[in-house]
Design a protein around this ligand. Structure first.
Ligand code: FES
Length: 620
């Protein structure tokens, strides 16, 4: 349940401050969060062997300042004197006001994992198992099979799926009443013969428009057992979300086919990771999924048309309960699917997952998060306040509209430097170049701006000036037809056969980077800060993570900061999906992001055009 659904929330502040002693960590959390969660979000481990379910009574903390009412379980765990001194069970202590909390040293070591950008996640999956040795029914004891299973699990109020009952009687009797209950959140999804408590798995999916990634996680150890990726099988319907939505608008049968292709992609990956790790698909009890809103709606068979037409409306910011089967993923037949909520049509679940994985809403530093792509998502802020927007950057970064553009695959120029009058190329696969990917494009333009072959307005300088200033590079600036191009790699004497950068390519990149820069400039204005106040820039996604920091600064894609402050954040959407599989506490955190992050719509803003035009030029 989202902490924001707390019925008392109206009377309490939206966020409260938790100060931890003796280590002195401090975190701001939504009111209604437990002390246990607040500590976990801050990377402070509190003793626990039940994972916060209120049964181990190990999560003892002392409230030094502030009030937490005594709960039912507290009175069982502490003496009246201890209760008077402020001792409480952290997993039951709800913070509705600022608190100072003393955390005693650990007696046991919780299993935890470092996930995302330095995020410490205490292992507390929604999937749990209980081994039960039950007594056989007799004429004197005619409790039902289900009552017999539920009786020892009295710390949960479980809902039971009908499918469990279909096999329950047979399983109990064949297993001699020694069985394992499989629980996900508040549902009993299966009863298995024997003791299977050490086998619990989940799959975290990053459902991208281009690439889909699946990670199989061992929920007992937090270890990823297998990772596989493949191109989204929806590719034939277009490279970006707009073309896929358009396909559904032009052909009424396309939605069904796109849904089917998403299912094929997800299921093929699920089977691959299971096979690689020698895990039976039936032992995977949950899937989590982070995707942009269009991909999520298409995969669930929801008409995406309202996403693409003003005023850009999502079907639901938080999806109703869905199962792995709804995504066509053949794992445990009753496995639920945890889908990230969306802030808006163009700031979807993948970005909420990214914000979670980077801890943007928890960190004291002001950080800028950019997921660079056709639609670039931007979030800026700190634990105080976070604002987010989406900037339509066009297809330049995907290299789709670039004459010699290609995906980051073998033969793609991925990095370019100019030193001592010569071009130095780095090519994926160390083979002959056949094109350039997005990071190669950014490097090419950045280097040509740096040496002055492209001026600040984005134009190639006159041939005569190149001949005078850069004689060794003059032969690379040629014309193909009427268009001036800079050849990066020759194949024979005909420039058209080689890999080259056109004047139009430079323009495409200028529009894309100006759009993103306008996004973060407007967000800086919203927060009332100067770009130089930003402590760290996180470049995320399959493209952003590969950008050269110095090139990103030079073309003005990111603020002018020391390159050490610009870091590749990696596949943060996938990391977020892993986090919510490993810790159901992180789900509340993901839900809270919907309330914590303010969405800023760029399209209606009067200052957008002026800022955009100002930012088209390359910085001096
Ligand atoms: Fe076990 Fe609180 S964590 S009782």
């Amino acid at each position: 349940m989202s902490v924001m659904e707390d019925p008392t929330a109206e009377q309490t502040p939206a966020r409260v401050r938790l100060r931890f002693r003796p280590e002195g960590g401090e975190v701001r959390v939504p009111a209604g969060t437990t002390v246990f969660d607040g500590a976990s979000w801050n990377g402070i481990a509190i003793d626990s062997t039940c994972g916060g379910h209120g049964t181990c009574k190990k999560c003892r903390v002392q409230i030094l300042d502030g009030t937490v009412p005594v709960g039912r379980l507290d009175s069982r765990a502490f003496t009246p004197d201890e209760l008077r001194d402020g001792w409480r069970l952290a997993c039951r202590a709800i913070a509705n006001e600022d608190l100072e909390v003393d955390v005693p040293p650990m007696q046991t070591r919780p299993k935890a994992a470092l996930v995302g950008v330095g995020r410490h996640v205490i292992l507390r999956p929604a999937v749990i198992k209980r081994y039960l040795e039950l007594t056989e029914p007799t004429m004197e004891d005619q409790a039902s099979d289900l009552e017999r299973v539920l009786a020892p699990i009295d710390d949960f109020e479980l809902k039971v799926d009908l499918g469990v009952l279909r096999t329950l009687g047979g399983t109990l009797r064949a297993a001699d009443w020694k069985v394992t209950a499989v629980i996900v959140d508040d549902r009993l999804i299966d009863v298995e013969p024997g003791d299977t408590t050490d086998r619990r798995f989940a799959i975290a999916f990053d459902l991208g428009t281009t690439t889909v990634v699946a990670t199989l996680l061992d929920l007992a150890t937090a270890q990823p057992l297998a990772v596989r990726s493949m191109l989204n099988k929806q590719q034939p319907y277009g490279a970006d979300v707009i073309s896929r939505v358009s396909a559904t608008m032009m052909d009424p049968t396309a939605l069904g086919r796109l849904t089917g292709l998403a299912h094929e992609t997800l299921n093929e990956l699920a089977q691959e990771v299971c096979e690689a790790a020698e895990v039976a698909p039936g032992e995977v009890y949950e899937m989590t999924l982070a995707g942009n809103q269009t991909m999520t709606q298409l995969a669930l068979g929801i008409d995406p048309e309202p996403l693409s037409i003003a005023p850009f409306i999502v079907a639901a910011r938080t999806m109703p309960p869905v199962t792995a089967a709804d995504f066509g993923v053949q794992i445990h037949p009753r496995a639920p699917a945890e889908v990230f909520p969306a802030l808006g049509a163009y700031v979807g679940g993948d970005i909420v997952a990214g914000i979670l994985a980077t801890g943007l809403t928890r960190d004291k530093r002001i950080r800028l998060f950019i997921d660079v792509g056709t639609n670039s998502e931007i979030a800026l802020g700190s634990a105080e306040r976070v604002v987010a927007t989406a900037a339509p950057a066009g297809p330049a970064f995907e290299a789709a509209s670039i004459r010699c553009g290609m995906r980051a695959a073998d033969g793609a120029i991925e990095s370019i430097t100019i030193a001592d009058g010569a071009l130095k190329l780095e090519v994926i696969g160390d083979c002959e170049p056949v094109g350039m990917c997005g990071s190669g494009l950014v490097d090419a333009v950045s280097e040509l701006v740096r040496v002055g072959i492209i001026d600040r307005s984005g134009r190639f300088i006159p041939d005569a000036d190149v001949a005078e200033q850069h004689p060794s590079l003059a032969r690379n600036l040629v014309k193909i037809g009427e268009e001036r191009v800079f050849v990066l790699h020759w194949r024979g004497d005909d420039p058209a056969q080689g890999v080259f950068l056109t004047q139009r390519d430079v323009r495409e990149l200028q529009f894309a980077k100006a759009s993103i820069a306008t996004g973060w400039t407007i967000l800086c204005g919203e927060l009332g800060i100067d770009p130089s106040d930003i402590s760290q820039v996180l470049l995320a996604g399959s493209f952003g993570s590969y950008l050269t920091a110095s090139s990103a600064v030079r073309i003005g894609l990111v603020p002018k900061l020391a390159t050490t402050r610009i870091v590749a954040a990696g596949n943060v959407a996938g990391e977020g999906a892993k986090m919510v599989a490993l810790s159901h506490r992180e789900r509340s955190a993901a839900d809270a992001i919907l309330e914590e992050v303010e969405y800023v719509e760029l399209s209606g803003r009067a200052d957008f055009n002026d800022a955009f035009i100002d930012l088209l030029a390359f910085p001096g």
